[in-house]
Structures are given as C-alpha cells and as structure tokens.
Design a protein around this ligand. Structure first.
Ligand SMILES: Nc1c(NC[C@H](O)[C@H](O)[C@H](O)CO)[nH]c(=O)[nH]c1=O
Ligand SMILES: CC(=O)[C@@H](O)COP(=O)(O)O
Length: 165
C-alpha cells in the first residue's frame, strides 16, 4: 500500500504501549537537513506525546545516510540501556547511480545491526526521487515518517522488554 492516500502521522493513541519508562536514541543524518530536521521533529514530538521523558531521548548527528550505519552501531554499543534507536535520513535521487548504492547500503547496514545486536533500530530513511516527495513525507501532504518511526520504536521497545521475561 503506497504512502499516497494514507497519512504517515496517523496512529491510534489507545493502541500505543506506555512509553514513560523508555529510553530512545535518535541518529540524524545532516544531508538534506530541511527534511531530516522535519523527520526528527515528528519523531521527537510523537515520543513526548506518548510520555517519553525529554531527558531519556539521546540525539547524535552523522554527515549522511550512509554514516547512519556506523552511528547506530556505536549507539548500540555505547548505551546498553536504550530501548530502541531511530535512524533518520533523506536520500534524494541525483544524476548518477549513487542514490541506488546509498539506499541499498544503508538498508542492508541497518538490517544487519538489527540482526546482530539487541537494540532495535527503526528505519526512518526517506528514499525519494525528488525534494517534493521528501517534503510530502516529512510533515507535508502525506504526514511525517518521523512520527511513524517513533511509534514503531515504542512498539519494538515494548516487544523487546516483554521478550526478556
Ligand atoms: N546524496 C545523498 C547522500 N550522500 C552522502 C552519503 O550518505 C555519504 O555521507 C557519503 O557517501 C560519504 O560516505 N546522503 C544522504 O543522506 N542523502 C543524499 O541524498
Ligand atoms: C543520493 C546521492 O548521492 C545523490 O543525491 C548524489 O547526486 P548525483 O547522483 O547527481 O551525484
């Protein structure tokens, strides 16, 4: 089901676990920062709206989406008390095949970290053909993927805690 026709920001608050005790990391790519800051704001606001305490949200920045892999890996290693991590990036197609390699690389890298390590990483990386598509998905016409990612982080944090017992 495509994003178009749906709103990425929509969720049923009654279906979201209590997140008041969760600690969430967010790694933000600086490339296309107009977009990534919009995604971050969506994610941060959704976490606060669901009772995550501001002092339990840790933000790191990395240069580009490809560096999300290393940044998330180091965050997993550095903070064993984090319940989940959100990886935020915006990759916008240019003239060359670089778009394909960055998108595939960050996708596989984040997947590998989810397999190898215990802290879940939520994939909040927009991969768009143009800036308008990115704007539409970072607080524009189609909502905010950052909001969607924060809700996914809360749900995966709950799953992880429940799985430990
Ligand atoms: N073109 C985009 C990039 N490219 C940079 C790479 O992510 C990486 O930082 C560089 O190859 C050095 O390792 N990154 C984005 O996040 N978005 C783009 O549109
Ligand atoms: C995703 C990219 O690296 C891309 O935006 C770079 O643009 P170009 O392919 O024109 O060099």
């Amino acid at each position: 089901m495509a994003t178009a026709g749906n709103n990425l920001s929509d969720y049923d608050k009654d279906q979201i676990p209590d997140a008041s005790d969760f600690r969430i990391g967010i790694v933000v790519s600086e490339w296309n920062d107009e977009i990534t800051e919009g995604l971050y704001n969506g994610a941060y606001n959704a976490l606060i709206e669901n009772n995550v305490e501001p002092n339990k949200i840790v933000r790191w920045n990395v240069p580009g989406s490809f560096e999300l892999i290393y940044g998330c890996k180091k965050m997993q290693e550095s903070f064993d008390m984090l319940d989940a991590i959100v990886a935020i990036g915006s990759v916008i197609e240019g003239e060359t095949k670089h778009f394909d390699f960055v998108c595939e690389g960050v996708t596989q890298g984040i997947k590998d970290l989810n397999v190898k390590n215990d802290t879940p990483i939520i994939f909040c990386v927009l991969t768009d053909h143009n800036m308008q598509q990115a704007r539409d998905r970072s607080g524009g016409a189609h909502g905010n993927k950052g909001t969607e990612a924060a809700i996914a982080a809360i749900k995966m944090a709950k799953l992880r805690r429940d799985a430990k017992y």
